[in-house]
Design a protein around this ligand. Structure first.
Ligand code: DLL
Length: 432
C-alpha cells in the first residue's frame, strides 16, 4: 500500500496525534505569519505573534476566518505560496456572492488525494475495484478529489462526472462499477432509474461514497436497500481542499476527521466560544499541512458534534456526526428555527421518498411554509379523501417536529426535478 494508507497514523494514540498536531500547527502558524499578510494583520490586531501558539492548547487564541474574509481577500489575498508554485484551483459554485477560489501546490494535491484514498479504502476499496465517479468534474472538488484518491488506491477509475444518466448506467453495467461516488440525491435518482429499467441484476455495485450535501440515516438505508450496497458518508469543503476531510468507516457512526491534516473545534456559533467535547455547535477547521491555501480556524457554518468514543474499526481519529444543517441553511419561519434536515427526517419516517421541495413565502406580512412531496407511485391513484388524510397526517408530524404549521402538498411521482449534483430543496421567495 502507498503512503495514503497510513494505518499507523489512522490508528495512532491520542498522544501521538497531538504531538504531530502541535508540531505541524506551530510550523503552519509561522508559515501563515510570514506569507499571508491578510491573516498576519488579523493576528496583530489581537496582539499575537507566532510565539503565542506553542501547541493545540493555544489554538483558541487565533482569530477566526469566515467566508466573508474569503470574499474580502478574493482572489489572491489568502495565498500562502507564490503563484509559480501553485498548480491548480478549485472553486465553489458561487451562487451566494463571490466564488470561493482555493489554490493548491502539487504537495497540497497529493495530500488531498491521500485523504480521498483513505475514504475509498475505508469503504472497502482495493486495486481490484472499479470506482465510478459521478461527482461533477471541473471547478467542483468532488470529481477531481475522488478521481485522485481512486488513482492512488490503484482502482480502475471511471471519470463519468455528473449528468447523462443513460451513459452512467451504460458504463456502470458494461464495466461493472463496484464503488459509486456521487451526491446522495443523485445516487437516489440513479437507483430509481436502475429499478425502472429493470437493471438491478446487471449492476455489481458493493459500496457508495456519498457526500457534498446533507442526507439522513433513512435516506442511507433506502439507497442501501435499493442498490444492495453499503453507503458511506464523506465530508469536506472547497476551502479545506474538498472531499476527504472526513469519511466514514464500516461502523457508519460518524466520519473520522483526518486529524494529521486538520484540527477540528466546535464553537458556539453566536459567541465563538470553544465548546467542550460532545457539544453541538459550529465546526471550525485549522489546516495544518496545506501550503497554498492555509486556512487557520476556518468557520464552516456546519453544525455537528465531535466524539472520541472508541471506534470498532480501530481508527482513533475523532469522529464528526453528520452535519445537522448549516447555520446559514437554517430558515427562520415565523420566528422559529427550521432546518431542512428536520423536514426530511419527518418525510422519510412517514415513508415518503426524499423528493421534496420547501417553499417559504411571506403573505400579508406573515411567513408561510409549504412542503411539496412526491407520492409513492402506488398511492397516486388513491381517492381524494385518502390523499387528504395522508396530507393531514404529515401536517401533524411536521408540526410536532417543528412546532409550527407547514402546508403539505402531495404531488404526483416524478413532478419534482431530480438533481445530478447538490439538490436544491429550498425556495425562499422572501429573498427573491
Ligand atoms: O461539497 C466537497 C465535497 C465533494 C464533499 C464531494 C463530499 C463529497 P463545497 O461545494 O465547498 O464542497 O460544499 C461544502 O457542503 O460546508 C457542507 O455544508 C456540505 N457538505 C459536504 N459534505 C457533506 C456531507 C463540497 N457529507 C459544504 N453531509 C459543507 C452534509 C455536507 N453536508
Amino acid at each position: 500500500m502507498g503512503k495514503y494508507y497510513q494505518p499507523e497514523i489512522e490508528t495512532a494514540s491520542r498522544e501521538q496525534i497531538l504531538a504531530l498536531q502541535n508540531e505541524r500547527l506551530v510550523k503552519q502558524v509561522q508559515h501563515v505569519w510570514e506569507n499571508v499578510p491578510y491573516y498576519r494583520k488579523k493576528m496583530e490586531e489581537k496582539g499575537l505573534t507566532p510565539a503565542d501558539v506553542q501547541s493545540v492548547d493555544d489554538l483558541y487564541k487565533l482569530p477566526f476566518l469566515s467566508k466573508d474574509d474569503l470574499r474580502e481577500a478574493y482572489p489572491y489575498g489568502l495565498l500562502g505560496k507564490p503563484l509559480s508554485e501553485c498548480v491548480r484551483i478549485q472553486s465553489t459554485s458561487g451562487t451566494t456572492g463571490k466564488r470561493v477560489v482555493a489554490f493548491y501546490t502539487q504537495h497540497d494535491i497529493d495530500l488531498w488525494e491521500d485523504c480521498c484514498a483513505r475514504a475509498i479504502v475505508a469503504a472497502g476499496g482495493t486495486r481490484e475495484d472499479v470506482v465510478h465517479v459521478a461527482y461533477g468534474y471541473g471547478l467542483f472538488t468532488g470529481g477531481p478529489g475522488l478521481n485522485g484518491g481512486s488513482h492512488k488506491v490503484g482502482c480502475l477509475t471511471l471519470p463519468l462526472s455528473s449528468g447523462n444518466t443513460d451513459r452512467q448506467l451504460q458504463f456502470m453495467t458494461d464495466l461493472g462499477s463496484t464503488i459509486l461516488c456521487c451526491t446522495p440525491s443523485y445516487a437516489a435518482y440513479l437507483a430509481e432509474t436502475i429499478h425502472e429499467r429493470g437493471l438491478r441484476d446487471q449492476i455489481k455495485l458493493k459500496a457508495g461514497i456519498f457526500g457534498a450535501e446533507a442526507w439522513s440515516e433513512n435516506m442511507r438505508r433506502e439507497i442501501e436497500a435499493s442498490l444492495g450496497i453499503k453507503a458511506y458518508d464523506i465530508y469536506g469543503l472547497t476551502e479545506t481542499s474538498g472531499p476527504g476531510v472526513a469519511y466514514e468507516c464500516e461502523a457508519q457512526t460518524g466520519m473520522h476527521i483526518n486529524e494529521d491534516h486538520f484540527i477540528a473545534e466546535i464553537i458556539d456559533p453566536e459567541t465563538g466560544e470553544v465548546l467542550p467535547e460532545g457539544s453541538k455547535g459550529e465546526l471550525v477547521f485549522t489546516a495544518i499541512t496545506k501550503q497554498a491555501f492555509p486556512l487557520l480556524r476556518y468557520r464552516t457554518k456546519d453544525i455537528c458534534i465531535l466524539t472520541r468514543e472508541k471506534c470498532p474499526c480501530g481508527r482513533t481519529h475523532v469522529k464528526m456526526s453528520k452535519p445537522m444543517g448549516r447555520s446559514d441553511d437554517m430558515l427562520i419561519v415565523k420566528g422559529v428555527n427550521v432546518f431542512p434536515s428536520q423536514i426530511e427526517q419527518v418525510l422519510l419516517e412517514q415513508g415518503y421518498p426524499a423528493n421534496y421541495q420547501i417553499v417559504v413565502d411571506r403573505v400579508n406580512h406573515s411567513d408561510t411554509l409549504e412542503v411539496m412531496v412526491e407520492m409513492a407511485p402506488e398511492n397516486f391513484s388513491d381517492s381524494l379523501a385518502k390523499v387528504t388524510a395522508m396530507e393531514k397526517k404529515l401536517v401533524d408530524a411536521l408540526k410536532s417536529m417543528l412546532g409550527i404549521y407547514a402546508k403539505v402538498r402531495l404531488v404526483a411521482p416524478k413532478t419534482i426535478a431530480r438533481s445530478e449534483g447538490k439538490a436544491v430543496r429550498i425556495i425562499d421567495k422572501r429573498k427573491i
